[in-house]
Design a binder for this molecule. Structure first.
Ligand SMILES: Cc1ncc(COP(=O)(O)O)c(C=O)c1O
Ligand SMILES: O=C(O)CC[SeH]
Length: 405
């Protein structure tokens, strides 16, 4: 019997989401831009989905733009900064600092879909970057971020929760202070982005409360389809969005292209499920995750089990990053000897045979523990019976590896 414990990598699509997608494929295939009934019907279902998504994050429907996924959203935000800064410089009467580059601040534990576009622009010499290391507890300190602000800073991006450790970052605290000094000094307003991919569907996400200008939504992390959304607070008037793509007028021309109605409708249903059931989902996942951690300690002994997320930081209710002490118990090797568990040692988009260098090591986990790390991320359907099976699977894997030494 297979036990899926990799929900931070991706989740199954909820049954009602599958049904909504199927119905839309069959009945709402019209072009949403078409003025006849078939098109109007498709457009209406898209706008209903937009309303559910806006409600899920405490935003307005007109501030939600559909994209192909989270990677696209993060690239829209990061690449847009270059034009944002240029437009601001051109709008200034004085030319002081006109040749200085826009400055971006981020952390050293962001997902590649944030780090890589930032590094790309830095390598091209287009932006200056400050990468703020998280504390030894794996959580970024707000003052460490804010102390990096300079007169050319125009974007701060800090993920809401880390995909490997589950650590929840102090986004709201940073959001409150981001522009506290700027207005007095007539400097460019700093735009604040959070990649909420791992938070949505697990914890309450309120864009207004977080004081973010941009927020990334990733459907396949909360039982939805593999598309995403960009939330921009006061889209187009308070917060600029510079399109990566140019074409028709869809999505207020911020993300042109004939809409993927079935997947958008599915994402709307996934958002509706979160709106209605988040506290139930969150409580269940935390109960099962805590049961998992107790059973790991029982099975291997407290002295042989180390959890790689500090107890005194806020963390996602579904994530357990654990290292089993013992020579040869390298994370990916232990998983390779398991016959039931489907899990990972870190981000799926990284090679599964080397430790999470950037995230666990960056979070203060010593190398000998990082190499033995396994990420177990439970879901809405994970049961304690699943955990019992997973624990037995891990025990047999460790026994096999110990005998082979
Ligand atoms: C934190 C985080 N950000 C961004 C992404 C990228 O989203 P997508 O897979 O939709 O491009 C992922 C997962 O894939 C993620 O875990
Ligand atoms: O597995 C993850 O952490 C997200 C997909 Se790269």
């Amino acid at each position: 019997m297979a036990v899926y414990l990799d929900c931070n990598a991706t989740t199954p699509v909820a049954p009602s989401v599958v049904q909504k997608i199927t119905d839309a494929l069959n009945d709402e295939w019209g072009n949403p831009s078409s003025s006849y009934e078939l098109g109007v019907k498709s457009k209406k279902s898209i706008e209903e989905a937009r309303r559910h998504i806006a409600m899920m994050i405490g935003g307005k429907p007109e501030d939600v733009i559909f994209t192909s996924g989270g990677t696209e959203v993060n690239n829209i935000v990061i690449f847009g900064i270059v034009d944002y800064y240029k437009d601001w410089v051109n709008s200034q009467s004085s030319v002081e600092g006109i040749n200085e580059k826009p400055h971006v601040i981020t952390t050293n534990v962001e997902h590649d879909a944030v780090i890589q576009p930032i590094k790309h622009l830095e390598k091209k010499g287009v932006i200056d970057v400050s990468i703020v290391p998280v504390s030894r507890r794996g959580c970024v300190v707000p003052q460490d971020v804010l102390s990096q602000v300079r007169h050319t800073t125009c974007l701060i991006t800090v993920m809401l929760a880390n995909n490997e450790t589950g650590v929840i970052m102090p986004v709201e605290e940073i959001g409150r202070e981001v522009n506290s000094q700027r207005k007095k000094e007539k400097l460019i307003r700093i735009l604040f982005h959070t990649d909420a991919a791992q938070g949505i569907g697990k914890i309450k996400v309120d864009a207004d409360k977080l004081k973010v200008d941009y927020l990334t939504i990733v459907g396949h992390k909360f039982y939805g389809p593999r598309i995403g959304c960009l939330y921009a607070h006061g889209l187009g008037h308070e917060t600029p969005v510079y399109p990566l793509l140019h074409g028709g007028g869809q999505e207020q021309a911020y993300r042109p292209g004939t809409e993927n109605t079935p997947m958008i409708v599915g994402l709307g249903e996934a958002a509706r499920l979160v709106c209605e059931n988040l506290s139930t989902y969150s409580r269940h996942m935390e109960t099962v995750r805590d049961y998992l951690e107790e059973k790991l300690k029982e099975a291997f002994g407290e002295g042989h089990v180390t959890f790689n997320c500090s107890k005194d930081v806020k963390r996602l209710p579904n994530t357990c990053n654990v290292s089993l002490a013992g020579e040869g118990l390298v994370g990916h090797v232990v998983l390779s000897k398991c016959s039931c568990i489907m899990a990972s040692i870190g981000a799926a988009c990284h090679a599964q045979n080397k430790p999470s260098g950037r995230i666990l090591l960056a979070s203060g986990v010593p190398h000998n523990r990082a190499v033995n790390a396994i990420r177990l991320s439970v879901g809405r359907e994970t049961t304690t019976d699943d955990i019992d099976i997973a624990i037995e699977d891990l025990k047999q894997s460790v026994t096999t590896l110990s005998c082979n030494k």
